[in-house]
Design a protein around this ligand. Sequence first.
Ligand code: FEO
Length: 394
Amino acid sequence: MHREMAKGVYYVGVDDHHTELFENLWKIPFGVSYNSYLIVDEKTALIETVKDPWSKEWLDNIGEIIDPKDIDYIILNHMEPDHTSSLPDIAELAPNATLIFTERASDMQKSFYGLSLKEKVVEDLEELSLGNKTLKFVHTPFLHWPETMMTYIMEDEVLFSCDAFGTFGALNGKVFDDEIDMRMVESESRRYLSSIITTYFKFVQRGIAKIKDLGIGVKMVAPSHGPIFRKDPMWIVNKYDEWTHPELEKYVTIVYGSMYGFTHRLALKLKSELLKLGVEVKIHNISYTDMSTVLVDAVRPSVLVVGAPTYDAHPFPKIWTFANEVQGKRIPVKKVALFGTYGWGGGGVKKLQKMFEEMKFEILEPVIRVKARPSEEESQQIVALAKNIAEHVK
Ligand code: FEO
């Protein structure tokens, strides 16, 4: 299936309803799309390929419009294999095509696929005429990898933004924002952003600023995952801007694990005390919520609160994994509160504290370590912690 976006510009992407975890990490219960685009002018340009199990369907989509051997340019905005693993298939059908990408992408192509197609490395803001349409290439490093760029059709004002402004969720033939439920797009784009792009928030800000500084019109934002925005192209740009803004949001997120309910009790007591103080609280039991959903609320609160029982002298394993995500994603949050329970040794909270100290978080007092069931006195520590947290949210 293909869809025409503008005269001579087509969506030729595919839906993935088979993969359970994107990057083998993040749940995608509504699937995901791998978007690819075809521009037919005096010269023909293909933008992105797709993940290889969907190669045949994608080639069929292209074949509905042109013979693949007539492709002049294959534009690779980003080399991650969800966008390039079908490259060897199209290379076989279009051996005279020229690959267009950044210098770093050229290096990656050689190590990923070793193809000997002609290639043209494009500089930032370089232009390429296809006949009636002109492409401009905008380097946007770390959206999502260092080699990434965007491609823009100057006459049609269509911005092919690759991973930036992307969304989880298959499209099922409805490829435009005016054809789908935007509430779903809002939640799935934020989950996608928090899972995939959190480490690169400052690059999202830089990329958006760069596009705005170029002063170009944008009638359509066409990412490589999720819908094409034509009704309100700046909607997704503004959402990404808001969700990556350096100023944190005024709520507290509690992420905790619990084996037999003791840490759970502390979490609920803390939530209750914070609510009494008028603080907005988001709370996740790590055992029941997918990490991608936890991250949506954990990457930008004013204060992050982490609770864990001790398990094998370490924090509850799923919380340990969460703490490692916090470290790897370098979330912009800088204040953390910690609590937990233990049966005898009690290394869980101590190890969390050491880890957050190494990450240069400000640890809000008191750090609460309770032997099994919290006493009345220990419950009062939660009241004190809530008061301290509330001061830091104001
Ligand atoms: Fe959709 Fe970074 O690849």
